[in-house]
Design a protein around this ligand. Structure first.
Ligand code: NOJ
Ligand code: CA
Length: 554
């Protein structure tokens, strides 16, 4: 039986299936495409693949609007394809993690269609309220803009939606809804699924009174405890991660310690904890803010919870464009720096497809280049407010989720080797230089660097259990930290800037150490580092002298 400690050194790779690999040349990635690339994933050394939703869906939000949780969406393939994927992945020691969208369904889901008509027992599967003299029951803005309420002329009531109006929220207060959702999880566990990511899960606890809907974290905990007890919690091998946009450290500890989830995605790093989006997109990166957040989560979750580590996913810009530097001279260097930075931290690392080859943001030119529902809704709202087209597009080009959704760049062939047909979304024109094929050929490539780091991470326990300690705290360009257990020590130093930076303090580097670094020639002189070159990153591993215990009873 796999215990918690055993999964703690695992690495999870995230696949956005429509953009991963198209096997049948219809321009959309699919399950067979993932199967074709299993050897690639296994070569990278990852343990689990999180696939964003592949269930039947009208795809208003690329699968995050599910119309049937028991079936695979036809453009992705069939159930037989999925079963084959489970089998072939498991042969390579890779588990499959599915993305369960349980806060809401699509408005095309049979439950909602019946709820619209007031058919029992579905009438109470969603959150319905009468309006207020022709106005929505309460105030409140949805994550994707507009009111959280949408009027149905069929039912003559309003329904609640946290996201787009095509994504009505499920009513978790209804025990039958909770039972149905547990059944769905069990169905996929029986198919051999080894992990679950729960979408927007901290939105499920809601206090519904006649005049308002308030989120309620205690209810969320209660529902998750029940879901776990009735499904994945029965099997300790299953790994779960909750997407909890609003979680603070205490919430995260509660989710984990109550055996509700193995870990959560916290978003304080992504939003830099309250820094306005316009500012977090600016360069230079507010490094002190990043340090504050990382320090807090590393220290406060140690021995109490478990972190997940990511700098981006399908909902954010590309990590090298945002946290690194995607100019050609620095792209690979800074992407390697981010890899060292992330892999050294305590917690489960997540790699989003394409980040291991340094894919960048897309050069958007006009609104016609976008497809994402959130981006398009934002554009419309900004236009309605009278903002200038140029300013709207400038912001969108840096922040849009579409940046991360361009097809995976496999080779320098047409469409980056993703498909022979016109892909559903444009391929980034830099695919001729940035692609998997080129990475595989080059020993010094980003892919091979990831591979080396993953292997090294797995071989040394300190990555999993080492205690975190910040170093070089006052430096506004360098992020440094140590990790220590009884016998090993890691020192990680990352220059987050394109400047040469002097290192003021002595680092305590011993004679025999192993080093992984992003420049070819080490900058360590007399067991110390004097200056860091642009985006230079160094990982130093050394054994700690055995501690001789001077017990009382000599
Ligand atoms: C979070 C998902 O990651 C995102 O892509 C989606 O749009 C929302 N949840 C709504 O399901
Ligand atoms: Ca296809």
């Amino acid at each position: 039986m796999m215990t918690r400690a055993e999964w703690k050194n695992q690495i999870i790779y995230q696949i956005y299936p429509r953009s991963f690999k198209d096997s049948n040349n219809d321009g959309i990635g699919d399950i067979q495409g993932i199967i074709e690339k299993l050897d690639y994933l296994s070569d990278l050394g990852i343990d689990m693949v999180w696939i964003t939703p592949i269930f039947k869906s009208p795809n208003k939000d690329n699968g995050y609007d599910v119309s049937d949780y028991y079936n695979i969406h036809n453009t992705f393939g069939t159930m037989t394809d999925f079963e084959k994927l489970i089998k072939l992945a498991s042969k390579r020691g890779i588990g499959i993690m599915l993305d369960m969208v349980f806060n809401h369904t699509s408005d095309q889901h049979e439950w909602f269609q019946k709820s619209l008509l007031g058919i029992k027992p579905y009438d109470d599967f969603y959150i319905w309220k009468k309006g207020n003299n022709g106005l929505p029951p309460t105030e409140g803005t949805a994550f994707f803009g507009g009111s959280v309420w949408e009027y149905s002329s069929q039912r003559k009531e309003y329904y609640y939606h946290s996201f787009d109006k095509s994504q009505p929220d499920l009513n978790w207060q209804n025990p039958l809804v909770r039972e149905k959702l547990a059944d769905i999880v069990n169905f996929w566990i029986d198919k051999g699924v080894r992990g679950f990511r729960f979408d927007a899960i901290d939105n499920i606890g809601k206090e519904i009174s006649p005049d308002k809907v308030k989120s309620n974290i205690l209810l969320t905990h209660q529902y998750l405890k029940e879901l776990s007890a009735n499904s994945y919690g029965r099997d300790p091998k299953i790994i779960t991660v909750g997407e909890t946009g609003g979680a603070n450290v205490k919430d995260a500890i509660d989710y984990i310690n109550n055996d509700e989830l193995s870990m959560v995605f916290q978003f304080q790093i992504m939003s830099l904890d309250g820094v306005r989006e316009d500012d977090w997109l600016k360069k230079p990166l507010p490094l002190f803010q990043l340090k504050k957040i990382i320090n807090k989560w590393q220290i406060e979750l140690a021995n109490k919870g478990w972190n997940s580590q990511f700098l981006g996913n399908h909902d954010f810009p590309r990590i090298v464009s945002r946290f690194g530097d995607d100019r050609e001279e620095y792209r690979v260097l800074s992407a390697k720096m981010l890899a060292i930075f992330l892999f050294g931290l305590q917690g489960t690392p997540y790699i989003y497809q394409g980040d291991e080859i340094g894919m960048t943001n897309f050069p958007f030119k006009s609104i016609d280049d976008y497809q994402d529902v959130e981006s398009l809704n934002y554009y419309q709202e900004a236009k309605d407010k009278g903002l200038l087209e140029k300013n709207i597009l400038d912001r969108m080009s840096k922040s849009s989720r579409d940046n991360a959704r361009t097809p995976m760049q496999w080779s320098s062939e047409t469409n980056g080797g993703f498909s022979n047909a016109k892909p559903w979304f444009a391929v980034n024109p830099n695919y001729k230089q940035i692609n998997v094929e080129a990475n595989l050929k080059d020993n010094n490539s980003l892919f091979n660097f990831y591979k080396k780091l993953i292997k090294f991470r797995k071989e040394h326990l300190v990555f999993t259990n080492g205690q975190y300690e910040e170093i070089l705290a006052d430096d506004d360009k360098v992020f440094g930290y140590k990790r220590k257990n009884l016998g090993e020590e890691l020192i990680i130093i990352c220059n987050f800037s394109s400047d040469v930076v002097k290192v003021k303090s002595k680092l305590g580097i011993k004679k025999d150490f192993i080093i992984i670094e992003n420049y070819t020639h080490s900058n360590i002189i007399d067991n110390n580092i004097k200056a860091l070159r642009p985006y230079e990153a160094i990982l130093i591993y050394q054994k700690r002298p055995a501690v001789i215990c001077q017990g009382k009873n000599k």
